[in-house]
Design a protein around this ligand. Structure first.
Ligand SMILES: [Mg+2]
Length: 357
C-alpha cells in the first residue's frame, strides 16, 4: 500500500468574513492510497488554521507519520513471521489504527479514513453510503450561507437562496449590525425558509442571551455556538426560547453525549473521518439531540464524504439541513456536487464518487 500526498490551494470567489477573521483562500492536502493491485482510494485533509488552530504544515507532518506507519505495516505483512497474526484483523481497521497510533491528528486521520472508504466502495463497485446503511437517502438537504455583511447585500443573497429552493439559510452573527442584517434576511426570505444563526462562540453567556432575545422575533431555527464551552452553552440554553446547537464546543471532551444542546454540528475533518463521525452521531442521538453535518470549507472529497455519511445517517433518524453547500464559494472548482432545490444528490458511482482535481 502506498500513500501519496498533494498539497493545493483553493481560492474563495469572495473573501469570507467570520468572527475569527477573513478567509480569502485555503490549502488542502489530497491523499491517494494505492494498493499493489492498482486499486486506489482518495481522501482529503482540510485543516483551517484560523478556525481549528491546525496548520497545513502540522497536518502534513501527521500524514508523513501515517506514510511511515503504512510502510511499516507493509513490511510486516511481507514478513513470513508477521503475516499470520496481522491477517487476523481487517486491513482497513488495522491501517487506520496504525495511523492513529503514529499521529492522532483528526484532520489527517480524516484523509486516511476517507481514502479507505473510497477504496472499499471502488472495490465493491458501490457508493460509500451503501456500505454504511442499507437504505441511504438519495439526497442530502443543505442550507445556504449568507456571506455578505451589509444589510442590502445579505438580503439579496437571502432572496436568491429562497428562490433557489434552499429550505434553510445560515447567517453569521457577532459581526456588527446583526439585528439589521438578520431582520433584512428574514424579510427577504419570507416566513417559510428556516433561519439559522451562527455566533462562532463570539459572546459571553450574558451577551448571548441578550442577543438571542433580541433576534428571536425574526423566527430562528436554531442558534449555533452562541458561546464557547459546555457550561456556557447549557446556561444560555436554559435562559432562551430558541433551540441551541453546538459546533466548536462539540470538540470538548464529553460534549457529544452531554445533552447540553438541542443539536450538534459534526464535521468530517474535526471528527477524524467518516467512521469517527458515525460513532459521534450515535452518541449525540443517544443523548436525545439532533445531528447535522457541516464542512470547514472542505474540498470536493471532504464534501462528498460528508454527503455519504449524512445520507446514511438520514436513514436512521432526522438530520437537520447540513452546511455542505460550500463548494460553490470557491473559484474554478466547477460544480462536482451541485445543489438543486436545496439538496445535494449523493454521488451514485463507486466509492466517494468524486475524482481528485
Ligand atoms: Mg459553526
Amino acid at each position: 500500500m502506498r500513500l501519496s500526498l498533494r498539497r493545493h490551494n483553493l481560492a474563495l470567489a469572495t473573501p469570507l468574513q467570520t468572527s475569527f477573521g477573513t478567509i480569502a483562500s485555503r490549502e488542502i492536502v489530497t491523499v491517494r492510497l494505492a494498493d499493489e493491485d492498482g486499486l486506489e482510494g482518495l481522501g482529503e485533509a482540510a485543516p483551517l488554521e484560523p478556525y481549528d488552530g491546525v496548520s497545513i504544515e502540522r497536518t502534513i507532518r501527521a500524514l508523513r507519520s501515517h506514510q511511515e506507519a503504512i510502510d511499516a505495516l507493509d513490511r510486516a505483512r511481507k514478513s513470513p513471521v508477521g503475516a499470520p497474526v496481522e491477517h487476523a484483523r481487517s486491513d482497513a481497521a488495522r491501517l487506520l489504527e496504525a495511523c492513529r497510533q503514529a499521529d492522532p491528528l483528526p484532520q489527517a486521520l480524516a484523509a486516511i479514513d476517507m481514502a479507505l472508504w473510497d477504496r472499499a466502495g471502488r472495490r465493491e463497485g458501490r457508493p460509500v453510503c451503501e456500505l454504511i446503511a442499507d437504505r441511504p437517502q438519495h439526497t442530502v438537504t443543505v442550507n445556504a450561507t449568507i456571506a455578505a455583511t451589509d444589510r442590502a447585500a445579505a438580503a439579496a443573497e437571502a432572496a436568491a437562496a429562497a428562490q433557489a429552493g434552499f429550505p434553510c439559510v445560515k447567517v453569521k452573527v457577532g459581526l456588527g449590525d446583526d439585528a439589521g442584517r438578520v431582520a433584512a434576511v428574514r424579510a427577504a426570505l419570507g416566513p417559510r425558509v428556516a433561519l439559522r444563526l451562527d455566533a462562532n462562540g463570539a459572546r459571553s453567556v450574558e451577551q448571548a442571551v441578550r442577543a438571542i432575545d433580541a433576534l428571536a422575533p425574526a423566527g430562528l431555527e436554531l442558534v449555533e455556538e452562541p458561546t464557547h464551552g459546555l457550561e456556557g452553552v447549557r446556561a444560555v440554553r436554559e435562559q432562551v426560547a430558541v433551540r441551541i446547537a453546538i459546533d466548536e464546543t462539540a470538540a470538548q471532551p464529553g460534549a457529544l453525549g452531554a445533552g447540553v444542546a438541542d443539536a450538534v454540528c459534526l464535521k468530517i475533518s474535526r471528527c477524524g473521518g467518516i467512521s469517527s463521525l458515525l460513532a459521534a452521531a450515535a452518541l449525540v442521538r443517544a443523548s436525545g439531540a439532533e445531528v447535522y453535518l457541516a464542512s470547514t470549507l472542505d474540498g470536493p472529497l471532504g464534501i462528498a464524504a460528508a454527503v455519504h455519511a449524512a445520507a446514511a445517517l438520514c436513514s436512521r433518524g432526522p438530520v437537520a439541513p447540513c452546511g455542505l453547500a460550500t463548494l460553490q464559494m470557491f473559484d474554478g472548482l466547477g460544480d462536482p456536487l451541485p445543489v438543486r432545490d436545496g439538496a445535494i444528490a449523493v454521488p451514485g458511482g463507486p466509492g466517494l464518487g468524486v475524482e481528485a482535481r
